[in-house]
Design a protein around this ligand. Structure first.
Ligand SMILES: Cc1cc2nc3c(=O)[nH]c(=O)nc-3n(C[C@H](O)[C@H](O)[C@H](O)COP(=O)(O)O)c2cc1C
Length: 165
């Protein structure tokens, strides 16, 4: 099975998650959403991966999902997001991905995420502070990271638990 992981990253953690997934699958190509190939004919499986900002998946990933519904319904499909609050995953998926694709996907998972506040640019710094403050106000203090167990579960769902590389 040949797999394409189409991902959008801003600060690198979604790309990192895509690389970890690619390592676990055989015959997998990483595709930046900004460098799409002309055709997906050679791929049997497409994985979409995006970060979440203010509850919204990256714009071009949303546009790709919406514009390529017919193509994606013909492929094995899985979708992941990188985000600070994986407990909101269902809302993020439902609000950003067409329902036909969610129904068709073998796996939809939030894999956790990373935030390095010192690297945030411009408005992102302010927005992130606001988003994280809401969490802090609920008395929750947490560190943000990618969740190995969720990545493992995501890959397992996609491969039906069959041996990968
Ligand atoms: C400006 C900004 C807004 C964010 N908004 C959300 C959000 O609404 N929900 C959430 O769960 N995580 C949110 N996050 C966390 C990111 O989704 C997380 O850091 C993700 O791993 C970033 O992926 P990237 O490194 O590929 O850009 C936000 C982060 C930033 C910087």
């Amino acid at each position: 099975m040949k797999t394409a992981i189409v991902y959008a990253t801003k600060y690198g953690s979604t790309k990192k998650a895509a690389e970890i997934i690619a390592e676990k699958l055989s015959n997998c190509t990483l595709i930046d959403i900004h460098a799409l190939p002309e055709s997906f004919d050679e791929y049997d499986c497409v994985i979409l991966g995006s970060y979440v900002h203010m509850g919204v998946l990256q714009r071009d990933i949303r546009a790709f999902a919406l514009g390529q519904i017919r193509l994606l319904l013909q492929k094995k499909l899985a979708i992941f997001v990188c985000c600070a609050f994986p407990e909101n995953a269902e809302t993020y998926f439902n609000n950003n991905i067409p329902p036909q694709l969610l129904k068709h996907a073998s796996a939809c998972e939030a894999l956790g995420g990373e935030i390095d506040r010192s690297r945030l640019k411009g408005m992102d710094r302010m927005v992130a502070r606001m988003v994280l403050k809401a969490d802090h106000a609920k008395g929750i203090l947490r560190t943000f990271s990618l969740h190995d167990d969720k990545i493992e579960a995501f890959v397992d769902k996609l491969t039906d638990g069959a041996a990968t590389v």
